[in-house]
Design a protein around this ligand. Structure first.
Ligand code: 57M
Length: 358
């Protein structure tokens, strides 16, 4: 909004010309979202405690987690609020891609909210059934996929890291592909959110990466230089990703070990969906496998564990997802979390290098 209201005044007040620069709005979207999350978290945590919206802990989990019983959860409500408000302030709200990612955030956020609320309301650690969640997630992602498929300006070609000319056209299969990316990323973040700061750390790293990717994809000169698809208007998503960076940094202040608040499904699902949607808009979906490598490792560990147990009756990991395996091996929680943050940073550096290696 500030961009639309203030930039036109730069003819009278020349300093307002600064609103024209994406880099300026990226920085202030991040700072605004951080301040909102940082300032509002304490009163929100108190409110969640008052409303007794505390986490239920599952019996079969690592024994150590019982001490976490009652930790306020659904802190993701604040993350979403900080992201939406900061983006509305600093992005060009006439940009359709912004509203598409907002759809993903609000839609997946609502699914998570209902899931969290049922868990707490019914005093049980399982909320909506897997199928209820999946159906709702696919429904929203289908809407987003159809938008891309029916947009004349949007190509259904798939850009592949390391290859500059090999861009297979998925055609109508782009719709299920986009659904798989968005729903897959959302649930992978959800699975990862099982230790203090474990999910929000890689989200912070991935949001920096996709701030840069969206900026490059929306910039004709840079996209041509990097030989990546030019997506007119995608640059505004770098403002949204910067808001996610800032809000997540603010949330991490309170989610760091020992956590005063958990984000809940209301936080993990929309953050993953936003990341997946931005990856689709900027046409760097496969890059997400590396940028979101920790999320991928966590989700794959569950798949391998379940398949192995069902087919051989044996587990591969002491417990899945991966972070529980390290817990069962006796690693302390902060050590597991910081080491997986390091893995996320290394994988993201490698992924960004593929933009040049083509
Ligand atoms: C999402 N939720 C955490 C918190 C957070 C198929 C199976 C792998 C599914 C998986 C599962 O249920 N995942 C659900 C992970 C939960 O966190 C809440 O959920 C929100 C995120 N969705 O915001 O509100 C617990 O995680 C801990 N936590 C922290 N700090 C944080 O900042 O300590 C969360 C955030 C919280 C808290 O204890 O209660 C979770 O773990 O449920 N199931 C599992 O992950 C279970 N694994 C398992 O059953 N493995 C089996 C098979 C199925 C693969 C096996 O290995 O054989 C483990 N998780 C739990 N209990 N809680 C083990 C059993």
């Amino acid at each position: 909004m500030l961009y639309l209201w203030l930039y036109p005044l730069h003819t009278e007040f020349s300093f307002l010309n600064v609103f024209r620069y994406l880099s300026f709005r990226i920085i202030y979207a991040a700072l605004t979202a951080f301040v909102i999350a940082f300032v509002l978290a304490p009163p929100m945590i108190r409110k969640l405690q008052e409303l007794r919206l505390g986490q239920q802990i599952r019996e079969e989990g690592p024994r150590r987690h019982m001490t976490k019983m009652g930790t306020p959860t659904m802190g993701g409500i604040l993350i979403i609020f900080a992201v939406l408000l900061s983006t509305l302030l600093w992005a060009d709200i006439t940009n359709l891609y912004i509203w598409l990612v907002f759809l993903a955030i609000v839609g997946f956020g609502l699914i998570g909210f209902v899931d969290d609320y049922i868990k707490i309301l019914k005093n049980r650690s399982k909320g909506l059934t897997v199928w209820q969640k999946l159906l709702a997630q696919v429904g929203i992602a289908l809407g987003i996929g159809l938008f891309f498929y029916t947009s004349p300006a949007y190509s259904t070609k798939l850009s592949v890291p390391f290859f500059k000319t090999f861009m297979p056209d998925l055609g109508v299969f782009y719709i299920p592909f986009a659904i798989a990316v968005i729903v897959g990323c959302s649930n992978a973040v959800n699975l990862t959110d099982g230790l203090d700061g474990l999910a929000i750390g890689p989200i912070i790293v991935a949001s920096v990466a996709y701030t840069a990717v969206a900026y490059a994809a929306g910039n004709k000169v840079i996209s041509e230089y990097l030989l990546i698809p030019y997506i007119e208007g995608a640059g505004e998503l770098s403002v949204l990703m910067a808001a996610i960076f800032g809000a997540s940094l603010g949330f991490l202040w309170f989610n760091a070990y020992p956590a005063s608040v958990f984000m809940g499904d209301v936080g993990s699902l929309p953050l993953g969906a936003a990341l997946g949607t931005v990856a689709v808009v900027s046409k760097h979906e496969l890059l997400l496998i590396l940028v979101g490598g920790v999320f991928v490792m966590e989700a794959v560990s569950v798949i391998f564990q379940v398949v192995s147990y069902k087919s051989r009756g044996k587990r591969i990991f002491l417990m899945a997802p991966l972070h529980h395996h390290f817990e069962m091996k006796g690693w302390e929680e902060p050590k597991i979390v910081v080491r997986l943050w390091i893995v996320a940073i290394i994988l993201t550096l490698l992924s960004l290098s593929t933009l040049k290696l083509r």
